[in-house]
Structures are given as structure tokens and as C-alpha cells.
Design a protein around this ligand. Structure first.
Ligand code: FPP
Length: 236
């Protein structure tokens, strides 16, 4: 588990980010909220590139939560449009950088064109040799755990055989290491149902910086903060 993996590693293997503050960024610039999400998307490719260049092999970004469906219809439509754009350009750019793209969360509530687009890019990049960038879109940690439980039951496995390793095989994140560093931008200090199982031993890093402003210098600061923390072998 990363409790021990992280004990000696100064560099986190898996960084997960809750990208918060797009709306406030836009308001601060006198722009509509949607422009904040657009700026947020621009920052996605920059942030992934920076983290990968700095040596982080697994990056996971919270892009749309199961709760986000409660947002106003036009904002949801705008975010889905941005996802379509991201599949056209951001994802292709990551593919050119040899990055493996994964999707975490539900697909069944997304329009068919997006479902197909996600399926295509995941398939195209699965043989890549670079870092792994996972996008949590229509993702919620509790839903993921419930779904994993259902899948385990449906698989017919004997309950007594289920342990952490076997259970992880039913999660969306199968094959990814535990989260070492969980970052949340935008000033809130909550996990918001993100990667609940996978962040069991994660170091938490909260910053007031709004997501579109969370650039390379901020990323380096977060990694330096992580490296300074004492991770005691076998500790809590
Ligand atoms: C939170 O900002 C951010 C989101 C709800 C979505 C994050 C989306 C992006 C970064 C762009 C789209 C990305 C992809 C991969 C399609 P907020 O609206 O809650 O900001 P606020 O707290 O300031 O209102």
C-alpha cells in the first residue's frame, strides 16, 4: 500500500487533483462562468505536461462529479461541449506525448457521441508507454465502491475470498497505484467523494489558488511540500 510505498519516495507516484475554482476565476475576470471552465480545460493539458515532466507517472483529474448533474442545465451543456472539445484536442495532444488516457466513472449518462469518443481515445492510447492520465467524468467515490461490490457479487466470488487486492480489481482504478498526493485548488478543504478508497493514505494539499491559475510553479510547490512531509514507515 502507498503507506509504505510513499515512505521513502520524495516524488509522489500518483497525484490526484480536485480542480476547483473555475467559476470564481471567471467572475474575478468579469467573464461568464463558462469561460472559467474553458480556462480550466486549457490548464488541464499544461498541468498534466508539467507533472509528467517532473516525473509523476500517474495523474488523475476530477473533471465532473456525480453531483455536478445538479448544476444549471446550460452549465452542464457547456461542460459536455468542453468534454467534446477535449476529446478532439487535449486528448490527442496527450496521445502525441505517449500518454495513456483512462476514464473513471459512469458512461451511461453521457450522450452516445461522448461515450464513443471516450471509448475511442482510451482504446487508442492504451498501448502508449508514457504516463497515465485518468479523467474522472461523472465520477463519485461511493458509487464506484457500490459498483465494485455489485461486480464482485455478480462474479460469484466467495465472500471469504474477498480481500483488498481482489476488491481493487473491481474498481475503476484497477492497475493504478494508490493516490500519494491529493491536491484541491480553490480554497475548499473537502474530499467531495473523490477517490475515497484510493486516497486512504494520501497526503492532502489544499491551496487557495484557483484551478486556471494552478500553473507549473504551483505544482512544484505542492510537490516540494509533499517531499518535506515525514512519511513514517508503517505509520498513520
Ligand atoms: C469546479 O469549478 C470545476 C468543475 C466543476 C469542472 C472542472 C472542469 C474543467 C477543469 C474543464 C473541463 C475539463 C474536462 C476534462 C472536460 P467550479 O465551477 O466549482 O468553480 P467555483 O467553485 O469557483 O464556482
Amino acid at each position: 500500500m502507498s503507506e509504505t510505498q510513499g515512505a521513502s519516495a520524495a516524488l509522489p507516484q500518483h497525484v490526484a487533483i480536485i480542480m476547483d475554482g473555475n467559476g470564481r476565476w471567471a467572475v474575478g475576470q468579469g467573464l461568464p462562468r463558462m469561460e472559467g471552465h474553458r480556462a480550466g480545460l486549457k490548464n488541464v493539458s499544461k498541468a498534466v505536461r508539467a507533472l509528467v515532466e517532473l516525473g509523476v507517472p500517474y495523474v488523475t483529474l476530477f473533471s465532473f462529479s456525480t453531483e455536478n448533474w445538479k448544476r444549471p442545465e446550460d452549465e452542464i451543456a457547456g461542460l459536455l461541449r468542453l468534454l467534446a472539445e477535449a476529446l478532439d484536442d487535449t486528448a490527442k495532444e496527450l496521445h502525441r506525448q505517449d500518454i495513456v488516457i483512462r476514464h473513471l466513472g459512469r458512461l451511461d449518462r453521457l450522450p452516445i457521441s461522448l461515450r464513443l469518443g471516450i471509448g475511442r481515445i482510451v482504446e487508442q492510447t492504451k498501448g502508449n508507454k508514457g504516463a497515465v492520465a485518468s479523467f474522472a467524468f461523472d465520477y463519485g467515490g461511493r458509487t464506484e465502491i457500490i459498483e465494485a461490490t455489485r461486480k464482485a457479487v455478480e462474479s460469484g466470488i466467495r465472500p471469504g475470498k474477498i480481500d483488498e487486492t481482489i476488491f481493487e480489481g473491481f474498481l475503476n482504478t484497477t492497475g493504478l497505484p494508490d493516490v500519494d498526493l491529493l491536491v484541491r485548488t480553490g480554497g475548499e478543504k473537502r474530499l467531495s467523494n473523490f477517490l475515497l478508497w484510493q486516497s486512504a493514505y494520501a497526503e492532502l494539499y489544499f491551496t487557495d489558488t484557483l484551478w486556471p491559475d494552478f500553473g507549473r510553479a504551483e505544482i512544484e510547490k505542492a510537490l516540494a511540500d509533499y517531499a518535506r512531509r515525514q512519511r513514517r514507515f508503517g505509520g498513520l
